[in-house]
Ligand binder design. Structure first.
Ligand code: PEP
Ligand code: MG
Length: 324
């Protein structure tokens, strides 16, 4: 099926109305790196660093990690790689760390919550990232941030790590950007100062959607119950796009929905201009975006919203089908 898309691999992801959409890939394993060459990705929008911790039977050493991060940046050849710091807890339990028994791990002691209370591993990881960059620009993103204060605390750890490396005489990244995943609804309502302080935000739709609808993403009985194109969710996402646009915050979307062509087209109609997805989705998404007129799709969104339609999907599908 991938061959079908090779003809557009070098072509830009440009809509019929001439808007460029930046398509990046999600990654986490060394096996993903060849896709940087053959998917047409413009960078790595989400590098899930916990995968490197999950595939080992022991805690990786700092030197091992910095070599690995360096190889990822080598493979990206100057394109940005957004490294997400460890997102453990919840469904991802490290075999060599004491598991905590929690009634609701997905909304429990996970990700940046663990990192801020037990900062040892995060400090080691931040150092490994700085060393791996070897003076190149570095992008780091903190997962599951739920409030401004958590982001500030995480960013302070990054500043401390930079200070330490400077004192030790290691080269510092030429440029550093520190962002957050927007995957808890609370961040959509965070103060303006938060939006002004982050270097970028990336919507983690997998988690954001489960918390928006209060529907467990791991629970077969409810996980497909609510449509991503449900108007309430689209209204919510549009609010985030609007805040980012007015406050000057760079925004992307990196949940699985970014890799589903119809969802991707609707996300761009809402105003998202950067989508990050599994490499195999880039061809199909690009192919549909190149036939989409965002203005027309927006008109349909507004009409359906005015009519009180539950989900944009039927109307979006009718429109997008007519473009095939
Ligand atoms: C998300 O929540 O959408 C996301 C990209 O992170 P993960 O799927 O790893 O939780
Ligand atoms: Mg997530």
């Amino acid at each position: 099926a991938q061959e079908r898309y090779t003809s557009i691999r070098e072509k830009p992801a440009e809509t019929l109305c001439g808007t460029h959409i930046t398509l990046k890939m999600n990654a986490g394993l060394m096996a993903d790196l060849p896709s940087l060459e053959n998917s047409g990705a413009e960078g790595v929008g989400l590098f899930r660093t916990e995968l490197q911790f999950l595939i080992r039977s022991h805690m990786p050493k700092r030197a091992e990690l910095s070599a690995l991060y360096g190889r990822v940046m080598d493979a990206a050849k100057g394109r940005r790689v957004v490294f997400r710091t460890l997102d453990i807890g919840s469904d991802k339990v490290l075999p060599y760390m004491k598991a905590t028994d929690e009634p609701n791990p997905a909304m429990g002691w996970r990700a940046v919550r663990v990192a801020l209370e037990k900062p040892g591993v995060m400090r080691m990881q931040l150092q490994a990232l700085i060393r791996g960059a070897q003076g190149r620009p570095l992008s780091v993103m903190f997962p599951f941030v739920a409030q401004h204060a958590e982001f500030r605390a995480a960013r302070a750890e990054m500043d401390k790590a930079l200070d330490r490396e400077r004192i030790l005489g290691h080269p510092l990244p030429a440029e550093i950007e520190v962002g957050a995943m927007l995957e808890t609804p609370s961040l959509a309502f965070a103060p303006d100062a938060f939006y002004e302080e982050v270097d970028f935000l990336s919507v983690g739709g997998n988690d954001l959607k489960q918390f928006f609808f209060a529907a467990d993403r791991e629970n077969e009985r409810v996980r497909r119950r609510y449509d991503t194109l449900d108007m309430s969710y689209l209204n919510f996402l549009e609010g985030i796009v609007y805040r980012c646009a007015t406050l000057g915050t760079r925004l992307s979307f990196c949940g699985e929905d970014a890799g589903r062509p119809i969802e991707a087209a609707c996300l761009t109609a809402l105003g998202f201009r950067t989508l990050s997805m599994r490499p195999a989705s880039i061809g199909p998404v690009k192919s549909l975006l190149r036939r989409t007129n965002l203005g027309e799709l927006r008109d349909i969104l507004h009409e359906e919203r005015a009519r009180g339609t539950q989900s944009l999907r039927p109307a979006a599908m009718d429109y997008l089908r007519s473009k095939l």
